[in-house]
Design a protein around this ligand. Structure first.
Ligand code: SF4
Length: 418
């Protein structure tokens, strides 16, 4: 790399730690979640394709793979460079202890399990020709230099304020730098024509996800939130985009034609907070098992990742990069920015539009950003007389029953709310 972000003098030989036993346990954890979802009362046809897409990220794709560690890395740029983007943020509880052996200290389970994926020579992460992550939270900012021991890595600098007027030009320049980095490690430099084509593809994906969310708002029983997130995360895991569109269109047609046999009386909730990555759907399982429906969410691993279309006003290269910056950075509800107004407004809009009666905030232990934001979120929702539950947990299943009790108590207050 001509402009290395990390001093090559201190490069380390990457360790290999994932044993066959750990690999087996991690597959068992994913299988357990798959089986749980197979038992859902109503499931769209064809969900096995999405399950398979998550079990085998990037599937049969034999071209280059780029590992991305956040929803703020534009996948269009990676695809325009001839590679398949695969989101490598990991939600597998069985991998956390392995990550813990390398990263001692108070580091979030997402960072630990994501690193553990790289320690496994059989993982898709080791196929990556390049890795990209943003300098968002402390964990992601510092993870980059560790990842660079495994594969060429680019840490995307972000502004601290979501003030597009002030920072959009600089962010477009930073995306241009990312395009240059990708060109060095992939078959082709992303070109304007390819980028436009990939933006169009993403716009179709967002159209489908929006329509699916709208169908779920009308009839939450049509598609469980767990299956909805499975569908979204299959796209993030590098599933074949055309096949994903075809399969999602079929799910959407089923959802739009779905009618409940009787009135659905389950409380309608909005979910916000930290990413929940397959197979860590513990909180989703609990909320549905406790008798509530999540009708919309702001998670960067959920609807939010494919919700806002990239808006193209001008078709020049810099204008396209600016459009990506506006979509992926300046409209992001991520808590890494100085103001939490974007997420706050998104939550309030969703409560209104999806006719929800409460909000659940999912806090991942050791993620201070979401913990900080919970304070103001709770106060603002209280002013709007919207019931709020802050569900803090980690990847382990030890607190499942305790969380269930808290959820059930919360749902009673929601049902009693005026
Ligand atoms: S919470 Fe923010 S930094 Fe973390 S993965 Fe999501 S968008 Fe990226």
């Amino acid at each position: 790399m001509s402009d290395p972000q990390f001093d090559v003098r201190y490069r380390l030989t990457p360790p290999e730690r994932v044993s066959p036993g750990v690999r087996k346990r991690s597959r068992a954890v994913a299988h357990q979640q798959t089986v749980l979802q197979q038992d859902l009362t109503h499931r769209p046809a064809g969900m096995d394709w999405f399950e398979e897409a998550l079990a085998r990220p990037a599937g049969d794709w034999d071209g280059p793979v780029v590992g991305v560690y956040c929803g703020m890395v534009p996948p269009e740029l990676v695809r325009a460079a001839g590679a398949r983007p695969v989101r490598l943020d990991c939600g597998n509880a069985a991998l956390v202890p392995t990550g813990d052996e390398v990263f001692s200290g108070e580091i979030c389970p997402l960072a630990k399990s994501s690193l553990a994926m790289l320690l496994d020579p059989e993982s898709v992460a080791r196929r990556a020709a390049a890795l990209v992550l943003p300098a968002s939270c402390d964990a992601k900012t510092k993870l980059g230099e560790v990842l660079a021991d495994f594969a060429p890595t680019f840490t995307l600098a972000l502004p601290r304020e979501q003030d597009a007027g002030r920072h959009a030009a600089a962010m477009a320049e930073e995306l241009d730098r990312l395009a240059g980095f990708l060109a060095e490690h992939l078959p082709q430099r992303p070109k304007r024509r390819d980028l436009l084509r990939e933006i169009e593809r993403s716009r179709e994906q967002t159209r489908l996800v929006r329509a699916l969310q709208a169908a779920r708002i009308d009839a939450p029983g049509a598609v469980s939130i767990r299956d909805f997130h499975l569908i979204v995360q299959a796209a993030l895991a590098g599933a074949d985009p055309e096949e994903w569109e075809r399969r999602t269109r079929a799910v959407l047609a089923g959802a739009e034609g779905y009618t409940e046999n009787r009135a659905r009386l389950r409380p309608r909730l909005i979910l916000t907070g930290a990413p929940m990555l397959w197979p860590n759907f513990k909180a989703l399982n609990l909320i549905e098992e406790s008798g509530a429906d999540i009708v919309a969410d702001t998670l960067c691993s959920g609807a939010q990742s494919l919700f806002d279309p990239v808006v193209v006003d001008e078709r020049g290269w810099t204008a396209l990069l600016r459009a990506l910056a506006l979509r992926y950075v300046f409209a992001s509800p991520c808590p890494c920015f100085v103001s939490q107004a974007t997420r706050m407004s998104r939550v309030l809009d969703l409560v209104r539009d999806a006719r929800a009666v409460g909000v659940v905030n999912y806090g991942l232990r050791l993620c201070q950003l979401f913990d900080f934001e919970a304070y103001r979120l709770q106060r603002v929702l209280k002013e709007h007389r919207i019931p709020f539950l802050n569900l803090r947990t980690d990847y382990s299943l030890e607190d499942t029953e305790q969380l269930r009790v808290r959820l059930e108590a919360f749902l009673e207050t929601v049902e009693d709310a005026p």
